[in-house]
Design a protein around this ligand. Structure first.
Ligand code: FAD
Ligand code: NAI
Length: 484
């Protein structure tokens, strides 16, 4: 007999697995279908985030940053080390252990919450008697199930250039960049976006000569321009990344010993880059391969994203889509919150529990880039406010003038608060500096509660703490910063 569920979730990344758990918590009989296999060919829950994204990259960023501190910064504290070296396979094994613990953890959470977990590719077949028929294919094994509601959370895959084929040996995508077993002497990176900068940082800290080739005139086009400029300065001067912006990649050839990239630089002059490994990180594309989207009439836009409204409803009845496969930033926390919102809506419609019209506030989503210094922001950038003609006031404060930052020896960067010129409501907060990944949460809370810069300025911040930089930046909006 066909197994029948209230909800089928397709994809077990942070969008899908969180949606499945929340559905189950709300009493819905839920199945989660996922096809991810790890390097050993074993089913592994957690999608890109846990297997080849957020978690493994942060593990390697932490390890490599520890090495960089020991190599370059301990000496300032009077700590002398001799014979310092890196064991890359141990570093990678530690990363793999963290990934395994978390992916296994999701399997346990599924069990605890009574989510049925099926391994294989999920394909939507048709709708019959108010149920969606879904095929689950795992090798030769094919099973058909049915569910009243479907949540699509099939994520994204790396965007490719037509003339470069990623082999994860010499030419790497994010998976390959996270699994190198030795530090390449010369590393090329195409794309100075989030992956390029995070992965470039990891391997630069471990000793690679890293050259980053970026098509745009500046890096991190989504970030506030002033922050991106500061980042470029620090990454080139302090970290030693070689950055070429405004380039056009002409060809990439794999030779026996190296990869050769021919490109035109910003002055249209032809250049050649020879490297041992090349990371291609030029963005990601929504993944609907094999989902049956066209066959069932699921509407996608010209860029391949599944079209949804503000409640993540698609054009098909009782079919929702969340995470990287729909509009909005490709971030794990955005995917998860959409998953929760959809679960709440399904439960409300079916049983009266949950929230009838849950939706995610796409205007207040924190971004964090885990470089050193870290970069974090929420809300509007200055360039967005200018182009929208919004009158605003800006307050800025440097980490250099903060006692805790001095004690840490991490004084690069600043925090900037942007507030509406008339109402003083905070419109955006931009940070580059130590541990701003943690500090951005205060700005997110402030913005969700529609705080003004004066609200932040009147809140007591512990001394000495990095959070005082945010406090001072808020005071600076009214030109009354105290320590500068
Ligand atoms: P995914 O995590 O991509 O999961 C989709 C799942 O669906 C996969 O397991 C896939 O195999 C499965 N699937 C696809 N099609 C089918 C099908 N037809 N049947 C069955 N299963 C299917 N975001 C952050 O917020 N913070 C970070 O620090 C961060 N770091 C990152 C670092 C890297 C290197 C990368 C690549 C990404 C990073 N991201 C980060 C982005 C984050 O990983 C994604 O935004 C997030 O994983 C999206 O979640 P998702 O559930 O939409 O999709
Ligand atoms: P990205 O969109 O961040 O950056 C891609 C970069 O490649 C851009 O700067 C773009 O201009 C450049 N580019 C595009 N085509 C090019 C070409 N032909 N030649 C040279 N440069 C080119 O994409 P990325 O880094 O691949 O990451 C994908 C997404 O994954 C991110 O946007 C983000 O949503 C997510 N992510 C999030 C992280 C975090 O939250 N810390 C970490 C890593 C990834």
């Amino acid at each position: 007999m066909t197994k029948s569920f209230d909800v089928a979730v397709i994809g077990a990344g942070p969008g899908g697995y969180v949606a499945a758990i929340r559905c189950a918590q709300l009493g819905l009989n839920t199945v989660c279908i996922d096809e991810w296999k790890n390097e050993q060919g074993v089913a592994s829950l957690g999608g890109t985030c846990l297997n080849a994204g957020c978690i493994p990259s942060k593990a390697l960023l932490e390890s490599s940053e520890n090495y960089a501190r020991a190599a370059h910064k301990f000496i300032d504290h009077g700590i002398k080390l001799e014979g310092l070296s890196v064991d890359v396979p141990v570093m990678i094994a530690r990363k793999n252990k963290i990934v395994k613990a978390f992916t296994g953890g999701i399997a346990m959470l599924f069990k605890k919450n009574k989510v049925t977990s099926l391994h294989g590719k999920g394909t939507l077949l048709k709708r019959e008697h108010d149920f969606w028929k879904i095929q689950v294919k795992n090798g030769d094994q094919i099973e058909e199930i049915q569910a009243e509601h479907v949540i699509i959370a099939t994520g994204s895959t790396p965007r490719q250039l037509p003339f470069i084929s990623v082999d994860n040996d010499r030419i790497l995508d994010n998976s390959g960049a996270l699994s190198l077993t030795e530090t390449p002497k010369r590393l090329g990176v195409i794309g100075a976006g989030v992956i390029g900068l995070e992965m470039g940082s990891v391997w630069r800290r471990l000793g690679s000569e890293v050259t980053v080739l970026e098509a745009q005139p500046a890096l991190l086009m989504a970030a506030d321009e002033q922050i991106a400029k500061e980042a470029q300065k620090i990454f080139t001067r302090e970290l030693g990344l070689v950055m070429q912006t405004g380039v056009e990649i002409k060809s990439v050839q794999v030779e026996q010993q190296q990869v050769v990239v021919d490109y035109a630089d910003a002055k249209a002059e032809l250049q050649k880059l020879e490297v041992d490994k090349l990371i291609v990180s030029i963005g990601r594309i929504p993944n609907t391969v094999g989902l049956g989207a066209d066959e069932i009439g699921l509407r996608t836009n010209e860029r391949g994203y599944i079209e949804v409204d503000e409640h993540c409803s698609t054009n098909l009845p009782k079919v929702y889509a969340v995470g990287d496969v729909v509009r909005g930033p490709m971030l794990a926390h955005k995917a998860s919150e959409e998953g929760v919102a959809v679960a709440e809506m399904i439960a409300a419609a079916k049983q009266g529990h949950g929230t009838e019209s849950a939706k995610v506030n796409l205007d207040i989503i924190p971004w964090v880039i885990y470089t050193a210094p870290e970069i974090a922001w929420v809300g509007k950038t200055e360039q967005e406010l200018k182009s929208a003609g919004v009158a605003y006031r800006a307050g800025q404060f440097p980490f250099m003038a903060n006692g805790r930052a001095r004690a840490l020896g991490e004084t690069s960067g600043f925090i900037k608060v942007l507030a509406d010129a008339d109402t003083d409501r905070i419109l955006g907060v931009h940070m580059i500096g130590p541990y701003v990944s943690e500090m951005i949460a205060e700005a997110v809370v402030a913005m969700e509660f529609a705080a003004s810069s004066e609200d932040l300025a009147r809140i007591i911040h512990a001394h000495p703490s990095l959070s005082e930089v945010l406090h001072e930046a808020a005071l600076a909006v009214d030109k009354r910063a105290l320590h500068i």
